[in-house]
Design a protein around this ligand. Structure first.
Ligand SMILES: *Cc1c(COP(=O)(O)O)cnc(C)c1O
Length: 503
C-alpha cells in the first residue's frame, strides 16, 4: 500500500528483541532501577528531614578521601553498589548548610521541594540554551516574576545563571559594551580611547573585582571608595573621585551599588546612587546577591529604594530563597543592550519560523553559555509552592534572630560586637584582657575552627575594620532562637578554653 505522498510505508519491527542487540545506557531492568531510585528518594527526604540530628560538619576521613581518588573505572558497576558508596562515603560529608546551626558565609539552607525539582529537571534533561520548548517558558516566567519584584519594566531582559558572580560579570559586560558603542566586541578594549573606570565601596564583593579583571579593564579600574560608619559607600568621597577621574581624562562608566554587603549586610544608598548615575550618565548596577530579596518583605523593601532605577541587577535564588545550588539571576533594563553584548547566531544555531528551532529570544542570546540546564524549574517550584509572602516572613525572621543574637552578645563582657547589625549578619569576637589585637585575631580564628570541628555550629570569619571577626550570617529557614543560645555557649566555652590554654 502506498500513501498519497508516494512514500512507501515502512513496516516497523513488531518485536524490538528480534533486532541484533545494540547498546544503550538505559537500565537493563527498569524495575530494579525503580526500586533503587525509590530507596534513594526516601533517603534524600530523610536526610533533609533529620538535618538537625546530625553534627553541622565533619571532616572527610582518610578512608573516604582515598576511596575517592581511585582510578578511572573502565567497567561499570551495579547501580545499587554505586548508590551505597554515595550513601556511605559522600552523603555524610556535606557542607552542613542544611543544618539549623550553619551560619557561615552566605549559604542557603535548601528546600525539600528542591529534591523534586532537581529530579524532574534531570528526567527532562532540557538544554535551555534556546529553542522552543516548555523549559524556556518556565525560565521566562521566573524572569517575569523577578522583574515584577524589583519594579523593572516587562521589556527588560534577564538570564538565570549559576550565581551572582556570573550575573555581575554579565551585567558589567553589558555596561562596558554599552559605553563603547559597538566596537568593543570586535576590537576589545585596546582600541577604546580612554580608560574605563567603575566605582564601588570598599565593602564590594570580590567577584566584581574578578569581573573587572576578566573584562580586561583591570582590578585597579574598580575604584574602591571608603565606607561610612554604617558600611555604606561614602557619597561625598564617591563624587570627589568621579570628578578627579574625569579631570584626569578617565571615563567613569559604572557605579556598583550593593544591597546587602557580604561582610555586614549593609545597604548602599541606592536612591542617591541612582540619582548620581542619572546626572553623570553612568551605568547603575546593583549587586543584591542576598539583600536584593529584601524586596519580598514589606518592612525591608524601603532599603532597596532606587533599585527600580538600576540599569542592571544581580541576585541569587540559592541564598535567601534557599533554592538548591546553583541559581542566580541577572536583569538588564534595556534588552537591546543586553542582546547587543552577546547575540551571535551562526548557521548551526539558526532560528526557523516554526518548530523546535523557533521561539526567539533564546537564552544563549543573553550570555556566554550555550548549553544550560533547567535551573528555572527549581526556582519555579520554590516560588509556586511557598509563595513570596512566606519567603518574606523568613527573611524578617532571620533579621530578628540577628538582632536577638546581637542583644545576647551585648550582655556578655567577654564578647564584643564589631559592626552594627543592620540585617542578618552579626560580626563579633571573643576578647580577654592582656592580649593585643594580633593575639585576639589568632584566638578567634582558632575558636571558629574549634567550633567547626565540634560539629555544634559553623560561623565563618571575616575582617571588620582590621579585626578578625566571628561572622554569623543568618540565611537559614531552619534556625530557631535556641540555636543562637547554643552557638553562644559554644563560643564562650571555646573562647575560655583557648584563653586558659595559651596564656
Ligand atoms: C554571595 C555574594 C556574591 C557572589 O554570589 P555567588 O552566588 O556566590 O556567585 C556577590 N555579592 C554578594 C554581596 C554576595 O553576598
Amino acid at each position: 500500500m502506498m500513501k498519497s505522498n508516494n512514500i512507501p510505508e515502512v513496516a516497523l519491527p513488531v518485536c524490538i528483541d528480534k533486532i541484533a542487540p545494540e547498546l544503550s545506557l538505559d537500565p537493563e531492568d527498569w524495575e530494579s532501577f525503580r526500586a533503587c531510585a525509590h530507596v534513594a528518594l526516601d533517603d534524600a527526604i530523610e536526610f533533609v528531614k533529620t538535618a538537625r540530628q546530625r553534627s553541622v560538619w565533619q571532616p572527610v576521613p582518610e578512608r573516604v578521601r582515598n576511596a575517592l581518588t581511585g582510578p578511572l573505572p573502565h567497567a561499570g558497576q551495579d547501580l545499587n553498589e554505586v548508590y551505597e558508596e554515595f550513601k556511605n562515603s559522600i552523603l555524610p560529608y556535606s557542607t552542613g548548610n542544611t543544618h539549623p546551626r550553619f551560619f557561615g558565609w552566605v549559604h542557603g539552607t535548601g528546600l525539600a521541594s528542591g529534591i523534586l525539582a532537581e529530579m524532574l529537571a534531570a528526567a527532562m534533561n532540557a538544554n535551555c540554551g534556546g529553542r522552543d520548548h516548555g523549559a524556556i517558558y518556565v525560565e521566562r516566567a521566573v524572569l517575569g516574576w523577578s522583574k515584577e519584584l524589583f519594579g523593572f519594566p516587562d521589556s527588560a531582559s534577564g538570564l538565570l545563571v549559576s550565581g551572582t558572580s556570573i550575573a555581575n560579570l554579565i551585567a558589567l559586560t553589558v555596561a562596558r559594551n554599552a559605553r563603547a558603542t559597538g566596537n568593543m566586541r570586535a576590537n576589545g578594549i585596546r582600541d577604546y580611547p580612554r580608560r574605563l573606570v567603575a566605582y564601588a565601596s570598599t565593602e564590594v564583593h570580590d567577584c566584581l573585582v574578578k569581573a573587572m579583571e576578566l573584562l580586561g579593564l583591570g582590578a585597579a579600574s574598580l575604584r574602591k571608595i571608603p565606607s561610612n560608619s554604617r558600611f555604606q559607600i561614602d557619597l561625598r568621597a564617591l563624587r570627589d573621585r568621579i570628578a578627579d577621574d574625569r579631570a584626569l581624562d578617565f571615563e567613569p562608566f559604572c557605579i556598583l551599588g550593593t544591597a546587602g554587603t557580604v561582610n555586614t549586610g549593609a545597604f548602599d544608598d541606592l536612591d542617591e546612587l541612582a540619582k548620581l548615575c542619572a546626572a553623570e550618565k553612568i551605568w547603575f548596577h546593583v549587586d543584591g546577591a542576598f539583600g536584593g530579596l529584601c524586596a519580598l518583605s514589606a518592612d525591608l523593601k524601603p532599603r532597596l529604594k532606587g533599585i527600580e532605577r538600576a540599569d542592571s541587577i544581580a541576585f541569587d535564588f540559592h541564598k535567601w530563597m534557599h533554592v538548591p545550588y546553583d541559581a542566580g539571576c541577572v536583569l538588564i533594563r534595556h534588552a537591546d543592550l543586553h542582546r547587543a553584548a552577546f547575540l551571535m547566531r551562526p548557521p548551526y544555531l539558526g532560528e526557523l519560523p516554526r518548530g523546535l528551532a523557533g521561539g526567539a529570544d533564546w537564552p544563549c542570546d543573553f550570555g556566554p553559555e550555550l548549553s544550560r540546564g533547567f535551573r528555572a524549574l527549581k526556582v519555579w517550584f520554590a516560588i509556586k509552592h511557598h509563595g513570596t509572602t512566606r519567603f518574606g516572613q523568613l527573611i524578617e525572621q532571620n533579621c530578628a534572630q540577628a538582632r536577638y543574637l546581637a542583644e545576647q552578645i551585648a550582655h556578655q563582657p567577654e564578647l564584643e560586637l564589631l559592626a552594627p547589625v543592620s540585617l542578618n549578619i552579626v560580626c563579633f569576637r571573643y576578647r580577654t584582657s592582656g592580649r593585643d589585637d594580633k593575639a585576639l585575631d589568632d584566638l578567634n580564628a582558632e575558636l571558629v575552627q574549634d567550633l567547626h570541628e565540634s560539629g555544634i555550629a559553623a560561623p565563618s570569619t571575616t575582617n571588620v575594620r582590621g579585626h578578625l571577626a566571628i561572622r554569623v550570617n543568618i540565611t537559614n529557614h531552619r534556625s530557631r532562637r535556641a540555636d543562637f543560645e547554643v552557638l553562644l555557649s559554644a563560643v564562650l566555652a571555646a573562647g575560655r578554653r583557648r584563653a586558659a590554654s595559651s596564656t
